[in-house]
Design a protein around this ligand. Structure first.
Ligand SMILES: [Fe+2]
Ligand SMILES: [Fe+2]
Length: 174
């Protein structure tokens, strides 16, 4: 259980790092809405990591702060590509959370099982969110005007909390 929790600390840290790379890529590419959205996502993932660190230390399991690999920012191609990559990432995180919940339940570790239920719900929300954005490329389009529109939608979404960055404020138009 302890190893799985520590692996999850590393997964959340890697997700935070990866979303930071996406935010930076989007900012450089001129997609301010997408940039502020991913800066906020990055902060959220850091919050997830801290939640697990705090829980582990509270139960005396000793959280280990991991080394983080460099994300593949250079290979991003488009805003749609970022969202697809993010969705795949979230699906992998969901699997890991479910595995942990299984381990906790089998081992009679009901405190950890209960702790993980927040993450189970959060993953449903995260996957739905990225699936919803991906769908917009089918409904709105993939040309310059459409992607600009989607960029604005993303910018308007980041009010969800956990921003905490110096990212440019999203336009309030929407
Ligand atoms: Fe997360
Ligand atoms: Fe996430």
């Amino acid at each position: 259980m302890k190893k799985q929790l520590n692996d999850q600390v590393a997964l959340e840290a890697a997700a935070s790092h990866s979303y930071l790379a996406m935010a930076s890529w989007a900012e450089l590419a001129g997609y301010q809405g997408t940039a502020s959205y991913f800066y906020a996502q990055s902060a959220e993932e850091r919050d997830h990591m801290l939640r697990i660190v705090n829980y582990m230390n509270t139960i005396g399991a000793g959280a280990v702060i991991p080394k983080i690999d460099k994300p593949a920012a250079a290979s991003f191609k488009s805003v749609e590509d970022l969202i697809e990559t993010a969705l795949k990432n979230e699906q992998a995180v969901t699997k890991a959370i479910h595995k942990m919940a299984q381990t906790a339940q089998k081992g009679g570790d009901y405190a950890t099982f209960d702790f993980l239920s927040w993450f189970v719900k959060e993953q449903v929300h995260e996957e739905a969110q990225f699936e919803d954005i991906l769908q917009k490329f089918d409904t709105i389009g993939r040309d310059g005007v459409a992607v600009n529109e989607i960029d604005k939608i993303l910018g308007a979404r980041n009010g969800g909390g956990g921003t905490g960055t110096a990212a440019p404020a999203a336009p309030d138009a929407a």
